[in-house]
Ligand binder design. Sequence first.
Ligand SMILES: Cc1cc2nc3c(=O)[nH]c(=O)nc-3n(C[C@H](O)[C@H](O)[C@H](O)COP(=O)(O)OP(=O)(O)OC[C@H]3O[C@@H](n4cnc5c(N)ncnc54)[C@H](O)[C@@H]3O)c2cc1C
Length: 423
Amino acid sequence: MSHYLILGVSAAGLTAIDAIRQRDKDGPIIVVSKEPEPCYSRVALPYILSGEKNMRQITLQEPGYFKANNADVIWGVGAASLDAKNKTVTLEDGRNLTYDKLLVATGSASRVPPIQGIEEADACYHWTLEDTQRIEKALAGAKSCFVIGAGFISLLTVSALIKKANLNYTIVEIADQVMPQLLDREGGEALERAMQEKGIEVVLGDSVSAVEKGKDGACTVHLKSGKAQTADMVVCGTGVRPNIDFLKDSGLDIASGVRTNERQETSLPDVWAAGDCAEGADFLSGEPVVHAIWPTAIDQGRVAGANMAGDSAAYPGSLSWNVTELFGLASASIGEFRDRPEWEAIVFHSPATNVYRKILIDRDNRMVGVVVIGRASDVQDLGVVQSMIRRKSDVSRWKHMLAGEKVNYGMMAFETLRQQVAR
Ligand SMILES: Cc1cc2nc3c(=O)[nH]c(=O)nc-3n(C[C@H](O)[C@H](O)[C@H](O)COP(=O)(O)OP(=O)(O)OC[C@H]3O[C@@H](n4cnc5c(N)ncnc54)[C@H](O)[C@@H]3O)c2cc1C
C-alpha cells in the first residue's frame, strides 16, 4: 500500500486527491497546506472584493471531504525541505513526514518588484485570501489608488474594486499596452478604452522607480519618466513566481518551475509536480512553460494523481486560456495572440460596439489562437474553440465565415470532428 504526501491543496492538489482515490481507495494520504483551512478558489477572490460572493460560495471542498477521502490535512504549516533520498519532507515546524509518492503542488505567489521603498510602503498584492482582506482594510478611508502593472491580476483587482469603491485610480504599465501577456495591441486598446470610460487613468510605457510612504500614510509614487503622484493605497501586480524555494537543495531539476514530463513526473523518482509550480510543455510550441492558470493546474493535478496511483496518464501540454469579465467587457485570450508573418489573422472589429476579435490560423489552416474583447455573447462558445485548437482541426472550409460578427463555432467543430472521424 502506497503512502501519498501532497504539498499544497488548491486546484492541483485537490484534483490529485480525487484522481488517487478513483484508483486507490486505501493508501493513506497526508496533505500539507501552508494556508489555513478552508481551500478556496483563488479565481473567485475578485468577487469577494467586489462583494458579489461570500466565502461559502468560493470554498472548494464540502465539509467532511478530507475525512471521506481518508486524507489527513496539516493546515497552516508549509514544507521547508525535501530529502528525496530518504523520502522525507521536513515541515516549517520541524516535523518530518515520510512518503512513498510525493506531489509538489505548492502553486505560486506574487512577485515583489525591485522598487525602492516598496516593502515599507505596505503595497497590497492580490494572490491569497489574506491579500484580499488586506486590500479591503487599505480601502477604508482611501480616496485614491495607484496600481503598478496592468497585467491580468491587476486589472481583475481594479475591475472588482471599482464596483465597490469610488476612488481615483491610476494604473502604470511598463509595456505600451494593457495586458501585454494575453492581448494583442488592438485587444489591449479596446480594453484600455473601457478603462478610460470608467474614469481610470492609464499610463503606458512608464514604470515605478520608487515609492515613499509619508507620515500621513499616503504614498508618493515616483515614475521613471520623472513624474510623481500621491495615492492613499498602492496595489502591485507585477507577476508571480513559483513557491519552490524550499526545494533548492532537493536535487530536483528546476527551471522556471519544477521541470516535469508529460506524466507530471519530475527528475527524481516518486516525485511529481503539478500546477503553477510546475514547468511543462506548451501544447502549441512544445516549449517548456509555466502557465499559471486554473485549467492547467486541474489537468496536471489529475494526471499526476492518476500516475501516483499506478495509472499511465499523459498531459498533452498546456494551452494559455483566459476568459473573464473586465470593466464591463468580456475578455478572452486562448492560445497564441501575437501575429506572425507565417500566420493569417482574421479580424472582426466594430468600433461602434467596441467588439474586437482576432483568430490566428497557421500554415496548415489550423486555429492557433483567438483574442476577443466584447460582450458576454461574444465569448460564450470559446470552449469549442479551445477544443478545436487542441484537436488541430483544419478550418480552411470555414475561413470566409470567421470574419463575420457572429461565428458558428459549434457547427464548425461538429463538421470538422465528423470529417476527422470519417477519415
Ligand atoms: C485574483 C486571482 C484571479 C485569478 N483568475 C484566474 C482566472 O480567471 N483564470 C485562470 O485560469 N486562473 C486564474 N488565476 C490563477 C489561478 O488561481 C492559479 O493558476 C491556480 O490557483 C493554481 O493552482 P495551484 O493548485 O497550482 O496553486 P495555488 O492555487 O497557488 O495553491 C497552492 C497552495 O500551496 C500552498 N503552499 C505554498 N507553499 C507551500 C509549502 N511550502 N508547503 C505546503 N503548501 C504550500 C499555498 O499556500 C497554496 O495554498 C487567478 C489567480 C488570482 C490570485
